[in-house]
Design a protein around this ligand. Structure first.
Ligand code: GDP
Ligand code: GDP
Length: 435
């Protein structure tokens, strides 16, 4: 089930990014060096007392040359749109400012819980001064000091107490997928076309309140949930077309999906932002399908499709496992193929293979292509086992992990892929020294 989202809002300089980093802590990690991915420190996974959540620093969403008040207004609206719980930060140093009052006014309209945190309360004496902030009309202010790390525990206790109650959720067999891509590639058009073509069903599963923003439909005997579609359909906000906002949308959708459709625009070709968006899905270990939309706009000959495919393969080299489909939301060309493909990728993403079959493949691989050696020491592979799924993750026990070169690991992965169907899913190999 989807993790709740917590958004931090407040005017500039109150300490939002300090607190974001404090809460996200070391959990922000650079997982993998995927080309095109720059780490934006405005979205992170975190956890408090066993409650995982996503954290957004709306202050990091730069809306270009918007006037100051417009910008914080938009940031507050993003928080209202995206978050389950909003943390509104003010500063004891400057007291209640006009900008704070403006933000508070917008937050009144939110039907979401708002927790008021007064930052820069660096010592106990300053605690006397937090009472002024009752005037914001948002309940008890929580004193904190982002730079000293004081009070964040009590703040997070208050935050998790507001999380939607998910205890009742029954196991949902539906396949969850999302469409991600930069603005204008045709995501909303595809969402509407897919829903138009399939039998949409109203969920009666208890506890799936957040499904309100998702769409559920059925194809034959399979249920699918298209994640996060309400947000896609809602258009015309000032921030809709900013890159950081679309990145946050994408990251959130990826988190809540089994399979991600990375949508490209045939008319405009591949852009830097496409690679970043795809990189996030790859890093998150989700099943991936590359969907080239607006296929109707191209004048085609016998080479058009193959050429486009080659370009994708070279621009997205790390996604060599992802199938590619060429569609048109406008003419509906090949859209009917998507559900079956999503199902197949989902099956592969959760595939578990038998240890004996896996070890046969690994040992055969070593027989064809002997392990490398370095300084007279040869890599020895003892045993392989699948430790998890989604994505399939294998531990390979060896004599010395340093002897496993990238190219040899890639070779083993390719042999595993040749033996079992892992189309559409990343596969993780972990080398471990045998004790
Ligand atoms: P943002 O613009 O709201 O993201 O604010 P920043 O996190 O960039 O912080 C603005 C300034 O306030 C920086 O100089 C921080 O070092 C400082 N700051 C942040 N938290 C605290 C705090 O708890 N106490 C004090 N004294 N300064 C802080
Ligand atoms: P989003 O920002 O990714 O959600 O993109 P939209 O769905 O809003 O589409 C952006 C524009 O591209 C709109 O004007 C659509 O009508 C148009 N569009 C979407 N899909 C197609 C397609 O398959 N073919 C053509 N010709 N235009 C499309």
């Amino acid at each position: 089930m989807a993790n709740p989202t917590v958004a931090i809002v407040g005017r500039p300089n109150v300490g939002k990014s300090t607190i974001f980093n404090r809460i996200a802590g070391e959990r922000i990690s650079i997982v993998e060096d995927t080309p095109g991915v720059t780490r934006d420190r405005i979205y992170a996974h975190s956890e408090w007392l066993g409650h995982p959540f996503n954290l957004i620093d709306t202050g990091g969403i730069d809306l270009g040359d918007e006037p100051f008040l417009e910008e914080i207004r938009s940031q507050a609206e993003i928080a209202i749109d995206e978050a389950d719980v909003i943390v509104f930060i003010v500063s004891v140093k400057e007291g209640v400012s006009d900008a704070d009052e403006a933000v508070a006014k917008i937050l009144y309209t939110a039907k979401k819980p708002v927790i008021l945190a007064v930052n820069k309360v660096d010592n106990p004496e300053l605690r006397q001064e937090i009472y002024d902030f009752y005037s914001l009309g948002l309940g008890d202010p929580y004193p904190i000091s982002g730079s000293h790390g004081l009070g964040t525990g009590d703040l997070l206790d208050a935050v998790i107490a507001e999380f939607p109650d998910n205890e009742e959720v029954v196991d949902d067999p539906a396949i969850r997928f999302s469409l991600i891509g930069r603005p204008n590639v045709g995501k909303s058009s595809m969402v509407n076309a897919i829903l138009g073509e399939n039998r949409v069903i109203v969920s009666d599963i208890a506890g799936t309140t957040r499904d309100a923003i998702d769409s559920r439909f059925q194809v034959d005997d399979d249920e699918f949930v298209m994640v996060d579609t309400a947000g896609i359909r809602k258009k015309g906000k000032v921030y809709e077309n900013t890159e950081k906002y679309s990145v946050i949308r994408a990251l959130k959708a990826i988190d809540n999906s089994d399979v991600v459709l990375v949508v490209l625009n045939a008319e405009e070709g591949i852009r830097e932002q496409d690679k970043r968006v795809a990189g996030y899905a790859h890093e998150a270990g989700r099943g991936i399908i590359i969907v080239v939309n607006k296929w109707d706009t191209l004048k085609k000959d016998n080479h058009t499709l193959k050429d486009f495919e080659n370009t994708i393969r070279s621009e997205f080299a790390y996604l060599s496992y992802a199938p590619i489909v060429f569609v048109s939301a406008k003419t509906k060309q090949r859209l009917e193929q998507l559900p079956a493909l999503i199902k197949r990728v989902n099956t592969n993403h959760s595939r578990r293979v038998q240890s004996s079959a896996l070890n046969d493949v690994v040992m055969d691989a070593i027989a064809i292509n002997p392990t490398p050696s370095e300084n007279g020491k040869r890599l020895r592979v003892y045993y392989a086992t699948q430790v998890s799924t989604e994505p399939p993750t294998f531990v390979i026990f060896v004599n010395d992990p340093d002897l496993m070169h990238f190219s040899y690991a890639r070779f083993l992965e390719n042999q595993i892929r040749a033996a079992f169907d892992f189309e559409g899913t990343p596969v993780h190999l972990i080398e471990r020294r045998r004790k």
